[in-house]
Design a binder for this molecule. Structure first.
Ligand code: HEM
Length: 302
């Protein structure tokens, strides 16, 4: 089961390279949104048909009341893209909502996840908290409470945003896309907001960072490691350690990631032995093909 989960994530990683939302065309609405409607505060839930998520959406989003028993006409843009309000999405949640099919949103993109109602998204499913809302941030933080389940991803790093993008590609591939959520990432005409553009710019940064990391891994491939009670922890190199195929083995060194205090074991080619970011393992000879990992000595070094 865990492997399936890892597979899900890795499939996502393979699939996603650039943001490529064909529906993100600049569009005009075919419904009339008056200024007074747009500024209406969100309705306070009154009865058992409560459809509000616990955290109130910001008031400037177009979000008129939505009665699940008497749903209003669906909203579309001229080009036929479906627009969904926060209240409508909430009505399709399995925690507070009553409407089927069950929906969830990631970065303002709404998906129909009904097909895994029983296993994942319905009231008995382990991931029902994602439904009826846009909880994008929690897809990478794993913080599944009301505070964590937010669409505000401004505190995340570009690499974390890339992980969210992998989830988007996962849902694009495995589920039915419903439409755009009017809120943080799409305005009431269905056009991308500044925040969506910011997210997309940060994704481009993530690509650059990943490319740098890959280049760095080629130059300093990770070591092999093993532990036996007799020898303790050992690090050593081979021509494919760290999954990097090459025609040299290299010597094990501690490689300090530039700009951070973190380090990892890297196999270092002769030509890079004087690189300022690398350090010998304490107690290991400069030409030794294997080094003992003596945590105590390394702690003393700090
Ligand atoms: C950030 C943390 C995590 C997030 C955001 C997350 C999210 C999800 C989501 C959204 C699904 C449903 C995918 C679908 O629609 O098919 C899922 C499935 C699953 N997750 Fe997680 N998960 C997390 C951590 C974990 C961990 C730590 C484990 C295991 C210890 C795990 C095990 C599973 C399993 C077994 C499935 C079902 C896979 C299948 O049946 O296809 N998840 N996860």
């Amino acid at each position: 089961m865990i492997l399936t989960f890892i597979l899900i994530l890795s499939i996502g990683a393979v699939l996603c390279d650039k943001p490529d939302y064909k529906d993100d065309i600049i569009d005009t609405p075919i419904f009339n949104v008056t200024n007074s409607e747009a500024k209406k505060p969100n309705p306070v839930p009154e009865d058992k048909h409560q459809t509000q998520p616990t955290k109130q959406p910001l008031p400037e989003y177009y979000n008129p009341p939505f009665d699940p028993e008497n749903p209003s006409e669906p909203l579309f843009t001229k080009s036929g893209a479906r627009l969904i309000t926060i209240n409508e999405l909430s009505a399709h949640g399995s925690v507070n909502g009553t409407l089927r099919p069950i929906w969830l949103a990631v970065m303002g993109r709404v998906y129909d996840v009904e097909k895994r109602y029983d296993s994942h998204y319905g009231p008995k499913g382990g991931y029902n908290f994602f439904t009826g809302r846009d909880g994008s941030k929690a897809f990478v933080t794993g913080k599944f409470d009301d505070e964590g389940l937010t669409d505000d991803v401004s505190e995340l790093t570009p690499i974390q945003l890339k992980d969210i993008e992998d989830w988007i590609h996962f849902y694009d591939k495995d589920y039915t896309y419903v439409g755009k959520l009017i809120g943080r990432y799409y305005d009431k005409t269905g056009n991308p907001t500044k925040e969506l553009y910011k997210y997309q710019r940060n994704l481009a940064k993530a690509e650059e960072i990943k490319a740098e990391q890959q280049a760095q891994e080629k130059q300093f491939p990770p070591c092999n490691s093993r532990y036996t009670p007799a020898e303790g922890g050992l690090v050593y190199c081979s021509t494919n350690s760290g999954g990097i195929q090459r025609d040299w083995e290299g010597l094990p060194r501690r490689y300090f990631i530039p700009g951070t205090k973190d380090w990892c074991c890297a196999c270092v080619n002769d030509k890079d032995l004087d690189n300022p970011h690398i350090k010998l393992y304490p107690g290991c000879a400069p030409n030794a093909p294997k080094c003992k990992v003596d945590k105590q000595k390394m702690r003393e070094e700090l």
